[in-house]
Design a protein around this ligand. Structure first.
Ligand code: SAM
Length: 280
């Protein structure tokens, strides 16, 4: 198979990647047939999957605007993915041109494409690192150069924690990240779950079985396990809720994309949890 210029040398093109499958759901062009095939199988198990992803992106944009509205202009976006439309740096820097954004991902395509998109943007950077190694992220060049951890930061863990297994103790990794943040910082999170929305547990199991064929299997979790990621933080209103329910009236800044109102009409977009917590 011909390797396109955006695909770094050395990546295994025979194994689907969660980052490229997500790009496929969102209608992007940074994916291979192996990713599209996995995406199609997952959509067969639950046809509303692309709507969930749109609701996730729309929540992410609203949460970023909310953070800037609270005066937070520093963003650490871990599991940031392959840039698509309405990216965090675009939303944040449109709301406040001084905003600084550090993207972190362990997927080579996500990192390479982010680097290309960010060229010439001195207030944004991408770090190749793993969420399960928070020390590497905090000690990275990008974080050291762009973020002042003595001031509030919005830590974004959006649609990423469900790609970590219980045995890797993602709660400990997130606790380490929370500890590094200044008071007033925000934790912005979404997580797959069959506890809310119309996805039946057996449909969830089928979707998860597709992801077992990737390097980052999917782990849907019950509400209580998701809530633990916010330990010690105060959940902002309206709490841990389905994505379209989180402050649907905020503009999400996505010209052409579905707004929260439109997404609220589709029950599929209610699968999974979204929340924003604040460090006291
Ligand atoms: C579904 S995408 C979400 C992208 C973006 N946060 C969003 O919500 O639109 C999940 C991303 O998390 C990344 N990811 C998964 N496990 C990771 C880990 N342990 N460390 C860093 N990134 C990870 C994947 O490579 C992928 O790009």
């Amino acid at each position: 198979m011909e390797r396109p210029t955006w695909a770094p040398q050395g990546i295994d093109l025979s194994v689907p990647s969660v980052s490229r499958i997500y790009d496929y759901y969102l209608g992007g062009s940074h994916n291979f047939e192996v990713d599209r095939e996995a995406g199609r199988r997952a959509i067969e198990a639950f046809p509303g999957l692309p709507k969930i992803m749109q609701a996730n992106r729309a929540f992410l944009r609203r949460a970023v605007r909310h953070a800037v509205g609270r005066g937070i202009t520093q963003f650490l976006d871990i599991g940031s993915g392959i840039p698509t439309f309405g990216n965090v740096h675009e939303i944040a820097q449109e709301a406040d041109p001084a905003a600084r954004v550090v993207y972190v991902d362990h997927d080579p395509v996500a990192v390479a494409h982010s680097r290309a998109v960010l060229e010439g943007n001195e207030r944004a950077a991408v770090v190749a690192a793993d969420l399960r190694q928070p020390h590497d992220i905090l000690a990275s060049d990008g974080v050291g150069r762009l973020l002042d951890l003595d001031r509030p930061v919005a830590l974004l863990l959006v649609a990423v924690l469900h790609f970590t297994a219980d045995r890797d103790d993602p709660w400990a990794a997130v606790a380490q990240l929370r500890k590094a943040l200044a008071p007033g910082s925000l934790l912005v999170l979404t997580h797959a779950s069959t506890d809310t929305g119309p996805m039946k547990p057996e449909e969830g199991e089928e979707v998860q079985s597709v992801y077992r064929g990737t390097a980052s299997p999917l782990h849907m979790r019950p509400r209580a396990d998701v809530a633990r990621f916010f330990d010690g933080f105060e959940l902002l209103e309206p709490g841990l809720v389905p994505m379209p329910e989180w402050r649907p009236d905020l503009p999400d800044g996505a010209a052409g994309g579905p707004g929260a109102g439109e997404l609220r009409d589709d029950p599929a977009s209610f699968v999974g949890f979204a929340g924003v917590g604040r460090k006291p």
